[in-house]
Design a binder for this molecule. Structure first.
Ligand SMILES: [Zn+2]
Length: 299
């Protein structure tokens, strides 16, 4: 069965540099290699090299295509290079902070010039409401350029920051799927992806998706947020999500990010087993693992 992965991070040199700057200050910024050593991860090399590393990794696991996310604001170019080198394997996503001074400009360039397909929002980290007027501007840009929006709701943990001992100050109130629905409802042609089934706001994410047919869920990561709900299992989450929004609005994602760990087979295996356990039909699985990705980002 074809597998496309809607959630992978492209940890470019810029990503490592940003961590080094934050930890050691701009003047004493640590090299990419030092930061990688501190994380226990492979240093990435230039974007072309990292893109090749990903292609080999996807080949090894028979994954056809992957969304690659530029994971710090301002790093759109690295992913654009990867997509330009392997357009049949990668779809470009980019993190943007729409309330920063040049956020919307970056988004415009990413959609219009660099050919990236999805703007990724982390409202609890960058501190803005998902119904903020500048988020509406971003949806307008996405609508004009046939882009998509990814909006991280619920709890958020950033492994690289934890490993580096960097604090992440979050205001979790901003990751509200209902505020997202309020904005997304005005842009029915703009596909929206809420990762990790809402990251703890599962009930709200279901309500938002029911109210707003453009909202999709990605299944990515370990979904450890289920610990907030007594006795909830990931199988329950899949069953409920399929019942409420249907398999056509659920996209498989692994949340793979760094090497040498590489592509997260464990996540894929666990989710496939759950769908089997639920007796999901072949058509349902085909949509989740590849069909919906193709509908959103082209065949
Ligand atoms: Zn992620």
């Amino acid at each position: 069965m074809t597998v496309h992965d809607s959630h992978c991070h492209f940890f470019s040199r810029r990503f490592f540099e940003a961590l080094g700057r934050e930890k050691y200050g701009a003047d004493r910024a640590a090299s990419v290699e030092v930061v990688a050593g501190e994380l226990g991860w492979e240093a990435p090399g230039e974007p072309e090299v990292l893109a090749r590393r990903w292609v080999d990794e996807l080949n090894r696991h028979r994954v056809s295509r992957a969304a690659l996310m530029a994971s710090v604001p301002g790093d759109e170019e690295s992913v654009a290079m990867a997509v330009a080198a392997y357009p049949d394997r990668f779809v470009g996503f980019f993190v943007v902070n729409p309330v920063s001074r040049d956020g919307l400009e970056h988004a415009h360039r990413a959609f219009a010039t660099l050919g990236l397909r999805c703007a990724c929002l982390f409202p609890s980290m960058h501190r803005y409401r998902l119904d903020d007027e500048r988020v509406v501007r971003l949806f307008e840009l996405a609508a004009v350029h046939r882009g998509a929006i990814f909006a991280h709701c619920g709890f958020l943990s950033i492994e690289a920051r934890v490993r580096m001992g960097l604090p992440t100050v979050l205001d979790l109130r901003f990751g509200d799927p209902l505020a997202l629905a309020a904005t997304a409802s005005g842009f029915p042609t703009v596909p929206v992806i809420v990762p990790h089934f809402g990251g703890g706001f599962f009930r709200e994410a279901l309500m938002a998706a029911e109210a707003c047919p453009s909202i999709h869920f990605d299944t990515s990561s370990s979904n450890s947020w289920i610990k907030y709900v007594p006795d909830l299992t990931l199988a329950d989450v899949f069953r409920r999500a399929i019942a409420v929004v249907g398999p056509q609005r659920i996209v498989f994602g692994s949340d793979s990010s760094y090497f040498p760990r590489g592509w997260r087979t464990v996540i894929h295996g666990a989710q496939r087993a759950i769908l089997e356990e639920l007796g999901a039909e072949e058509d349902c699985c085909a949509r989740i693992f590849s069909g919906n990705f193709e509908r959103l980002f082209g065949a």
